[in-house]
Design a protein around this ligand. Structure first.
Ligand code: ATP
Ligand code: MG
Length: 375
């Protein structure tokens, strides 16, 4: 797939700027804080409707404006589509494909696919479990856009169930012997809903990890030189064995029953996929506790390359590759691996502060854009 045009209006520090991508490789050169990452963020939003830098739309709007718009033209093997997203400082987004506003965000997803490599990726290894869950969810959304709805439903159930558990806790705090019978039917209802929504989430997460694991392992061996064995493990909060909806739901309900008192005491849902963990083990040691920075970088690179390959495999077209300042962080061997993989197949947008850090072949093939204060 090919991102042909991008038009940013009042987006971050861009007032009004159109970019036409005329080569398969684009290098964005500029000093710090000029708008290189902002441009990549716009592409990431077109692909996932999410930014890994913020979850607040108002941050995406130029500080002197009230709304911003990203427009793009994307060519795929069998179609060309126009995409548009409007973000507002107040109020909801508007998403459109081919100038038709869409009611469901999920219908927007899947036109453009992209994988971003950035220095924040190290958080995948070092950061909180939430970072890893978000990464996995982002991948799932690109592979299977309907997952964005599944996740949304789960979060809705979770919010409402938490609200009820909070009420129950308040009653208990007022009077430890007080009756909470009147809440029972409602709570049971939310148990069922949590089990239903949770089973949809956990089954998909398990499946995608099962596909990702062997690909990541191969990359990791290639980059690290065969001596280290990577394993990507999905550690669901509710364990289950048979991939069948009713059985997974039953596992949820059993676990909920076991944690009933704890949930009412804490006033929140402690059972469910919002507590899942993803573990990266190298030679059976969790990588989080693994000392070397270099090893963590190798791991992250392997994970991201696996993501790239998996999307390409499932979608049937190479996704866009967004590289934010990462080459500078890699040693020559890893740099070489990465550039080799990219080859000529992926449309690549890459940012740098120093054009000299690129090899001449790359520069020769690339469209080079200078980014300065949002222009
Ligand atoms: P670096 O090389 O340091 O990564 P960069 O070129 O990638 O720099 P960006 O992150 O793209 O920099 O842009 C940062 C600039 O955008 C900052 O000057 C920031 O103040 C500005 N900026 C961010 N959000 C907004 C906004 N909503 N309105 C106006 N300016 C913004
Ligand atoms: Mg940047």
């Amino acid at each position: 797939m090919y991102l042909k045009k991008l038009h940013l209006r009042s987006f971050r520090n861009y007032v009004d700027r159109q970019v036409e991508f005329t080569a398969k490789k684009t290098i964005l050169v500029g000093n710090n804080a000029q708008g290189k990452s902002n441009l990549l963020e716009a592409v990431e939003l077109l692909a996932t409707l999410k930014s890994h830098r913020t979850s607040r739309d108002r941050e995406l709007v130029l500080d002197t404006a009230t709304a911003s718009q990203i427009e793009a033209i994307v060519e795929r093997t069998h179609s060309t589509n126009e995409l548009s997203i409007i973000f507002r400082k107040q109020g909801r987004r508007t998403v459109a494909v081919n100038r038709e506003n869409l009611r469901r965000q999920l219908d927007f997803l899947g036109v453009l696919n992209a994988v971003q490599f950035s220095s924040l990726d190290l958080d995948l290894v070092r950061g909180a479990p939430e970072t890893r869950r978000n990464w996995l969810d982002g991948l799932l959304i690109q592979l299977e856009p309907v997952y964005s709805n599944i996740l949304q439903q789960y979060n809705q159930v979770l919010r409402q169930r938490n609200a009820l558990l909070k009420k129950i806790r308040a009653v208990r705090q007022d009077d430890p012997n007080g009756s909470i019978d009147s809440f029972e039917p409602q709570l049971r209802l939310w148990d069922e809903q949590l089990a239903a929504a949770g089973s949809r989430v956990t089954r998909r997460r398990a499946r995608v990890v099962a596909r990702l694991d062997p690909i990541a392992r191969r990359w990791h061996q290639k980059i690290s030189g065969e001596t280290e064995l990577l394993e990507v493990k999905y550690l669901p909060n509710v364990e289950w064995t048979e991939d069948e909806p009713s059985k997974v739901q039953r596992a949820f309900l059993t676990r909920i029953e076991e944690r009933r008192i704890a949930e009412q005491y804490q006033g929140k849902t402690v059972v469910g996929t919002h507590r899942d963990e993803l573990e990266f083990a190298i030679n059976e040691t969790p990588a989080r506790h693994y000392g070397s920075q270099g090893q963590q970088r190798t791991l992250v690179l392997a994970l991201k390359l696996a993501e790239l390959k998996l999307i390409e495999e499932v979608i049937g077209e190479p996704p866009l590759l967004l590289l934010d300042d990462v080459l500078a962080e890699l040693d020559p061997n890893r740099q070489k691996q990465l550039l080799e993989v990219i080859g000529d197949r992926f449309q690549t947008i890459i940012t740098t502060t120093h054009i000299n850090s690129f090899n001449q072949n790359w520069i020769k093939d690339s469209q080079i854009l200078k980014v300065q204060a949002g222009t």
